[in-house]
Design a protein around this ligand. Structure first.
Ligand code: GTP
Ligand code: SPV
Ligand code: MN
Length: 601
């Protein structure tokens, strides 16, 4: 390896950061180093450069000003769970829920891949802050990457640049380099050759380090998002007494002006963005209901002085699923992406507007790979095509989304895609039961990760791909919040995806989901009774405001009923699942499973 000249362009005197950048430069041998300040000029230059080399294609500037299309490598369109590792010194700390490699082996493998990988390329140093810059709940990191597309996306998705660097320097000086609290997360990323056989996403939670090679796709490459804000942060949160969750945060304002904040965990492509930006049905709007978006994917929360959980959204933008987004399903998202948006892997119309399945009934001109659209080639937009847009562009963005102390959470909601068995909504009887409900979540897989779609799997708290440590310890951590002085949210489970015998969804979903949320809020306020069952409290149909929603007999039975025999099998399956974690699984959670199994038999 050749020595690179000392980097004169460094804007920081933080030795730990300069030393790390120098080490990485020595390993990767870039042609040049660029420290990102997050300015408009810098962004404009990056965009111009990507337009020049074809990484970004301009979209119709009249209909979508400031917006761009990126077509990724066709083999690089989703997260790669089988290539994602948590590298703890003790394998049991990563748990059966993670792929594991020893830190020494993983570092050796990654150093081998990174060696000389940035030759001829620019190394970008991207300081970022997850959460409002002034928030005590926020945490910082620095991503080094050779992808300008990643830099541009990080600028939208995080607080990136000079302000983040200032906080990193402040914390670095306050705590020294030895204390975890004062240390920034170090993420090293290279797109490498985009070869699926030379692709790894490695996490070293004990070192607050991430190494990612061979992919430019969102969750694999925008390291502030799933790698930092979930896998590394969940590990930190356990040590420090908070929670890092795959949850949206939404404020529901009733006609009296009270706002209840709800945090909801649904697996990837199961409705978080849609619920976070929900538009109330007409009758609700007329009465004065409003919905405020705080976050659509990640939630960091911790107990406040009053014992309630307070949450921030660590992100500054949305990396949303494009297909299915329409004026009917999610008008707020559609309005957000009218300008200043990066679209990845969508199709285009003949006048160069972005297009995806479910948007409208126009016929696209080109598909996501740039081929003339032909039905025989599959959908025009890749099923996991995405938009990246600043949260500030969202009409429903909450004025409290940037509150440094976060917003108080009234209810936690778990939910997945369950075509059968699971009713529309039920309420856990207490925190312990709620943790079991979250731990036993199941959902059918989606296009957000490579692999088969539509396969039912356990996805506890929607964190299966994202928990940076052993699920048994994670459930114990969740249980530990129930202690004297706590004033915890109620926990619910929903299923917007129950299907009828004809294979169609039984519940209209989207805006109409507010009807279910209204019931939850009335439960939180103690305003309405429910039907107690072995699986939890179910609503009486008459307590939901259904006005113009017409439900068939079958829909009413399946959405609001409860099939004891089916649930006996489900609860047995949950016992088997908990047993996979051996003695490490908290006895309290197993006891809760046994209580329900006994009640059902
Ligand atoms: P990630 O960004 O991958 O974490 O996904 P997400 O959880 O934010 O999912 P998103 O809201 O983008 O929804 C994914 C897909 O589910 C889209 O195709 C939506 O149209 C569909 N969807 C969302 N909400 C509902 C609903 O209430 N009912 C039905 N039937 N489909 C829904
Ligand atoms: C998800 O898959 O849950 C996403 C998209 O939100 S990604 O950023 O790729 O993880
Ligand atoms: Mn997600």
């Amino acid at each position: 390896m050749n020595a690179l000249p000392k980097d004169e362009s460094s804007p920081t005197t933080l030795d730990a950061l300069n030393a790390w950048v120098a080490d990485v430069a020595r390993l990767t041998q870039p042609a040049r180093i660029q420290w990102c300040d997050g300015s408009d000029t810098e962004y404009a230059e990056l965009i111009a450069q990507m337009q020049a080399d074809g990484t970004l294609l301009p979209l119709n500037a009249d209909t979508h000003p400031g917006s761009w299309l990126h077509r990724s490598d066709p083999d690089d369109v989703a997260r790669v769970e089988h290539l994602t590792f948590v590298c703890t010194s003790d394998q049991d700390d990563a748990g059966p829920n993670n792929h594991w490699m020893s830190p020494a082996d993983a570092h050796a493998k990654m150093d081998g891949l990174f060696e000389d990988c940035m030759r001829g390329r620019t190394l970008y140093v991207v300081p970022y802050c997850m959460g409002p810059i002034e928030s005590p709940l926020a945490r910082c990191g620095v991503e080094i990457t050779d992808s300008p597309y990643v830099v541009a996306n990080m600028r939208i998705m995080t607080r990136m640049g000079a302000a983040a660097l200032a906080r990193i320097e402040r914390e670095g000086r306050l705590h020294g380099s030895g204390l975890q609290n004062g240390r920034f997360v170090r993420g090293l990323h290279s797109i490498g050759e985009l070869d699926p056989d030379r692709r790894f996403i490695m996490h070293f939670p004990e070192e607050l380090t991430i190494n990612s090679y061979g992919s430019g796709y969102g969750g694999n490459a925008l390291l502030g998002k799933k790698c930092h804000a979930l896998r590394i942060a969940s590990h930190q949160a356990r040590k420090e007494g908070w929670l890092a969750e795959h949850m949206l945060i939404v404020g529901i304002e009733n006609p009296q002006g009270d706002i209840h904040y709800i945090a909801a965990a649904f697996p990837s492509a199961c409705g978080k963005t849609n619920l976070a930006m929900l538009i109330p049905p007409k009758s609700y709007r007329e009465q004065g209901w409003k919905v405020w978006t705080v976050g659509d994917d990640i939630c960091w929360m911790r107990p406040g002085a009053d014992g309630r959980l307070y949450a921030i959204n660590p992100e500054a933008g949305f990396f949303g699923v494009a297909p299915g987004t329409s004026a009917q399903s999610n008008p707020n998202a559609l309005e957000s992406v009218r300008s200043n948006t990066i679209f990845t892997n969508v199709g285009v119309t003949d006048d160069n507007q972005p297009w995806w399945e479910g948007l409208d009934d126009r016929v696209p001109a080109k598909d996501w790979q740039g081929r003339p659209y032909d039905k025989a080639n599959g959908p025009a937009a890749h099923p996991n095509s995405r938009f990246t847009v600043s949260a500030k562009r969202c009409p429903s963005y909450s004025p409290h989304a940037e509150d440094p102390q976060g917003v108080p959470i009234s209810a936690i909601v778990f939910g997945g895609r369950r075509a059968s068995l699971v009713p529309l909504v039920f309420e856990a009887r207490d925190w312990t039961h709620g943790v079991l409900v979250g731990a036993s979540m199941g959902s059918e897989t989606t296009a957000a990760a490579t692999g088969a779609v539509g396969v039912m799997r356990r996805d506890p708290m929607a964190m299966k791909p994202f928990c940076g440590y052993n699920f048994a310890d994670y459930f114990a951590h969740w249980l530990s919040f129930d202690k004297p002085g706590a004033n915890l949210p109620k926990i619910f489970h929903v299923n917007w995806f129950r299907k009828g015998d004809d294979g169609k969804f039984l519940w209209p979903g989207f805006g109409d989901n507010l009807r279910v949320i209204e019931w939850m809020i009335r439960r939180v306020k103690g305003e309405v009774d429910a039907i107690d069952t072995q699986i939890g409290a179910l609503p009486r149909i008459e307590d939901l405001t259904l006005d113009c929603v017409v439900l068939s007999e079958e829909a009413r039975a399946k959405l609001f009923g409860f099939d004891a025999e089916g649930w006996r099998a489900e609860i047995d399956g949950i016992a088997d699942y908990l047993d996979e974690y051996g003695d490490r699984m908290p006895q309290k959670l197993k006891g809760e499973q046994q209580r329900i199994a006994a009640a059902l038999s």
